[in-house]
Design a protein around this ligand. Structure first.
Ligand SMILES: Nc1nc2c(ncn2[C@@H]2O[C@H](COP(=O)(O)OP(=O)(O)OP(=O)(O)O)[C@@H](O)[C@H]2O)c(=O)[nH]1
Ligand SMILES: [Mg+2]
Ligand SMILES: [Zn+2]
Ligand SMILES: [Zn+2]
Length: 392
């Protein structure tokens, strides 16, 4: 029998929860003869099975109320290891997992809504602009996340390459899991580490309400729901002449209006809320591709004002953006959308962002420059709701 403990740990890679007594170890001796293929690891990463360090399972004697082990001896090479791994996915756990809180954020929305470019541009902006101002640093967590980040996201920042549409979870198992970062907050006297995991869904999985959303919804501490303005007919009709042909001809206005109900349904399905309850997880409704909307905004609109560099989260500014985007969506989608959001969610906000700063020319694979607009707003709002950083 496992010794019960109040402290449950959560894997930053696969979101499994377990007690410290269930943690496993990996022998790291390069010459150890106990190496073997690791099926759970390759199932998780999608990599071909290969010989890896031996998995060591601590045996906790019944009725011993001892502390969980911090190191263990390999039964093959007899050398000690302190490398702890998740009992489910076998990924190496951060050494300070007991002290670092994890926050998972689900990026949802239809195909091409702008989720992946948003995430890439956001991380770059947090690393270079917001982090130094709010005293934190951010990096992909471990080698696995670093590889995923470098392959699927970083080309936008390094070479202004447009990114590929996210594969469905069936096409690529990685889409089922969060992309995790370590956020280190400098509190003056010490450093506070936390994990930030982003579920970047394939729009097709969201649209078809695929089973993988289960993991997203069950673990999300916050939701960023993206709305593509180019799929709202009242908008695309007004901006098409000025923008490129990429303005979609598909009118999904009706689907967008019904979306709060669909999203709420996912929470109900996972029994996170009862049919009588509203969704409590903070949810940001994000109108993407703000650059294409600029010609439609009136002079003095808060969305036209650049964000002022501040050392705190400016809640007043976020509030004025919220009011503005809410009324723009009301004008473009009709009053039903706002009404559905009010009746299905308790904690929500409206935002508008541009990940790129300009509309990419058709058939181009790169953007001439990367100048995001209001990119940090929805995340800083979520941070304030989740008390990730101190607010003003
Ligand atoms: N004008 C403009 N276009 C953008 C912006 N961000 C993304 N796009 C365009 O929208 C397309 C789709 O963006 P993605 O980020 O791949 O959309 P997604 O929501 O991740 O799509 P799926 O992965 O297929 O679900 C991109 O190829 C860009 O052409 C933006 O900030 N402004
Ligand atoms: Mg994507
Ligand atoms: Zn795991
Ligand atoms: Zn060994």
């Amino acid at each position: 029998m496992m010794v019960a403990t109040h402290l449950n740990l959560q894997c930053p890679f696969c979101c499994a929860t377990f007690t410290p007594y269930e943690v496993r170890f990996r022998c790291m001796t390069p010459t150890c003869r106990g190496q073997a293929t690791d099926i759970p690891y390759s199932r998780f990463t999608g990599e071909k099975p290969r010989a890896q360090g031996r998995i060591l399972i601590p045996i906790q004697k019944r009725s011993t109320f001892s502390k969980p082990l911090t190191e263990i001896k390999c039964d093959y090479c007899h050398l000690s290891t302190i490398t702890r791994i998740c009992p489910e996915c076998h990924m190496e756990l951060p050494a300070d997992i007991e002290q670092s809180e994890a926050f998972f954020i689900a990026l949802l929305g239809d195909t091409s809504a702008g989720k992946t470019h948003y995430l890439a541009s956001l991380i770059g902006y947090l690393q270079n602009e917001i982090g130094p101002r709010l005293h934190f640093s951010l990096h992909p967590l471990g080698e696995y996340s670093t590889r995923r980040w470098q392959k699927r996201y970083e080309p936008l920042l390094n070479s202004r390459h447009l990114l590929e549409s996210t594969p469905t979870a069936e096409e690529d198992v990685q889409s089922s899991y969060p992309l995790s970062f370590q956020l280190s907050l400098d509190t003056g006297i010490s450093k506070k580490n936390m994990t930030l995991g982003f579920f970047d869904a394939s729009g097709s999985d969201v649209h078809n309400q695929r089973a993988i959303l289960k993991r997203y919804i069950q673990n999300a501490n916050g939701v960023l729901y993206f709305i593509d303005p180019l799929t709202i007919q009242t908008i695309s009709q007004q901006i098409r002449p000025a923008s490129h042909a990429s303005a979609s001809t598909r009118d999904t206005t009706r689907e967008i209006v019904q979306m709060p109900r669909m999203l709420r349904g996912l929470f109900e399905q996972e029994q996170i809320i009862t049919p009588q309850e509203k969704v409590k997880v903070p949810t940001a409704f994000v109108l993407s591709k703000l650059d294409t909307l600029l010609p439609l905004l009136y002079p003095g609109c808060p969305l036209l004002r650049p964000n002022i560099q501040q050392e705190t989260i400016a809640e007043e500014r976020l509030q004025s953006i919220n009011t503005e985007v809410s009324s723009l969506l009301g004008a473009w989608l009709g009053p039903q959308f706002g009404q559905l959001v009010r009746s299905e969610f308790t904690n929500y906000g409206y935002f508008s962002v541009s990940a790129l700063g300009s509309n990419p020319a058709p058939n181009e694979h790169t953007v001439p420059s990367l100048s995001p607009l209001h990119i940090e707003d929805p995340l800083l709002w979520l941070f304030a709701q989740l008390q990730v950083l101190k607010t003003a």
